[in-house]
Design a protein around this ligand. Structure first.
Ligand code: G3H
Length: 529
């Protein structure tokens, strides 16, 4: 076991945060029960030991149901202050929230580095991207509102059509983007007039705590409720009541299925799920190899491969494998490993203590079945890390072929006939994205035409990624339910609802008066600037 101890620079030292409150019904309640300790896998001592960075309330079913009651009351059977509030006022609240959130950047970035080991640059990017996401969502919402500010007429019937909230949303985000992916659910859910219960992930939980006071100050009571504890203990009782309208969850499909199964009226539960993926890179014989190598390294190993969009298997054409692999393995071996605040570091400690053992299991299984570790440093064990192993040739009977590794290991599969690759991707249980590297349009064009029917984003000569966030982000099969993007998320968290009336003198008068007096927040034709 390699000891990678580095003294922690003074400005990045972390004092434990003993967080005591949770947010229900506009009140920060002090918890007097059990607490969970939060550890970072980064060691502060020369002899390796995880660092205690704080404690967090371990809430129970009682508080979970209290939060549900608060969210239901705030929605008020469709008559709550938030659901009926004018679009303008809702936007003003978001603008105030965003301004205050910006003041917490440094604190949140520091916690992100300690809790999940994300590099300082990537942590800052995640924070800034979240602020941008909120601002873009507000703009998209204004546009949605403008587009609906009119009446349509057909067969003598007028219709004023908008999108309305569904009710109560249970949001649960993942540890790899604890801020951004959670907010990519919470923000559109709230903006459309729903009320929310949010449970942060197990890792990346303390970094939410600086925002609790701001949520409390900005939003009307019960509109957003924030709970801490175990998913099973909190989400299960909430769903069992059958009173949640949307489950917005990013994680794995086993948990998603277990959660939705708790709801007694499945037809009433809308699902917005971001699940596992195994995005392949296909390297064709005429690919620009320098470009393919650098994109595959970023694609497979940015944040140690802990991205749902990471390249998790590489299909490499036999004609170019020698050249590709000699460069690729050298470059992987030279990737700098260190703590998240170290300059230019790319590989960082894994936040899940069991992850190095899991990756080791994948490597052992693959090598027992005939694969080799092609790079010198591949599989080197540290106290909180396992250096990325480039594994080849990978075959379908290996676990690393079947499972989403979500960590630092790069499986490589060789091919001669593109048809084999096409079949495998079609048979895979995943369907998020693919990256294709090549130049000949004779090969590319037909491949694109099939791949768009097997995954939901085909990247040509570049890695897979979610951004820019205005593009649709979704997946087929076990990879997602529903579509997220700045614009699509507003649709996912709402439903079309409209007011209709026959065109006659008396009705026309009623609606002219409603418009003139501004008596309704729903029936309006004003243009929001
Ligand atoms: O973990 C899944 C993220 O949505 C991926 O986002 O492609 O921007 O890293 P990214």
């Amino acid at each position: 076991m390699i000891n990678n101890f580095q003294p922690i620079p003074k400005n990045f030292l972390s004092k434990p945060i003993y967080h005591r409150t949770y947010l229900i019904n506009g009140e920060l309640k002090e918890w007097n029960g059990k607490y969970d300790e939060v550890y970072s896998t980064i060691s502060c001592t020369e002899v390796y030991a995880p660092t205690l960075i704080g404690t967090i309330p371990h809430l129970s079913k009682t508080e979970a149901l209290e939060a549900l009651e608060a969210a239901l009351n705030a929605f008020g059977k469709g008559n709550g202050l938030w659901a009926t509030m004018s679009v303008k006022n809702r936007i003003e609240i978001f603008e105030k929230f965003t301004e205050q959130m910006k003041t917490k950047r440094e604190e949140i970035v520091r916690l992100m580095m300690w809790e999940i080991g994300k590099t300082i640059n990537e942590s800052q990017k995640e924070f800034d991207r979240t602020i941008e996401y909120i601002n873009n969502t507000i703009d998209a919402y204004k546009q949605l509102d403008r587009d609906s500010a009119n009446f349509q007429k057909k067969d003598g019937i007028y219709a004023h059509i908008r999108r309305g909230p569904l009710g109560v949303v249970l949001c649960m985000g993942p540890y790899n983007y604890p801020l951004n992916e959670s907010f990519a659910l919470i923000i559109p859910a709230l903006l459309m007039g729903n009320t929310v219960i949010y449970k942060p992930p197990k890792y990346g939980v303390l970094l939410i705590t600086p925002l609790l006071e701001i949520f409390k100050e900005c939003f009307p009571k019960g509109v957003i409720n924030i709970l801490f504890g175990r998913g099973k203990e909190i989400a299960t009782p909430i769903l069992e009541t059958g009173r949640v309208d949307i489950l917005a969850f990013i994680g794995n499909s086993h948990s998603a299925i277990a959660l939705q199964d708790k709801h007694p009226h499945k037809n009433r539960l809308r699902l917005i799920l971001g699940l596992e993926a195994k995005n392949p890179a296909i390297i064709l014989p005429d690919a620009d190899l320098n470009l393919a190598i650098s994109e595959c390294i970023s694609g497979a190993l940015t944040f140690n491969g802990q991205r749902c969009t990471a390249l998790k298997i590489i299909y490499l054409h036999n004609d170019i494998k020698k050249h590709f692999l000699s460069e690729f393995t050298k470059k992987v071996d030279n990737l700098p490993f260190g703590n998240p605040w170290d300059a230019n570091v790319m590989l960082t400690p894994l936040p899940e203590p069991r992850k190095p053992d899991y990756i080791q299991e994948l490597i052992d299984d693959a090598t027992a079945k005939g694969a080799k570790i092609l790079n010198k440093n591949g599989g080197k064990r540290y106290n909180n890390y396992i250096f990325p192993a480039v594994l080849a040739p990978v075959t379908p009977d290996m676990r690393v072929y079947q499972e989403e590794q979500f960590g630092p290991v790069v499986p490589i599969r060789f091919f001669s006939d593109i048809e084999e690759v096409r079949q495998e991707i079609a048979d895979s249980q995943y369907g998020q994205q693919v990256s294709i590297f090549g130049k000949s349009i004779d090969t590319l064009a037909p491949l694109i035409d099939t791949m768009v029917n097997l995954v939901c984003r085909v990247n040509i000569n570049s890695l897979c990624q979610r951004g820019p966030d205005i593009f649709p982000f979704t997946g087929r099969k076990d990879s997602a339910v529903g579509t997220l993007s700045v614009y699509d998320a507003l649709r996912s968290f709402s439903i079309r609802t409209f007011v209709a009336f026959k065109d006659n003198k008396s009705n026309d008068e009623i609606f002219e008066n409603i418009l003139k007096t501004g008596a309704s927040h729903f029936i309006r034709t004003d243009y929001i600037l």
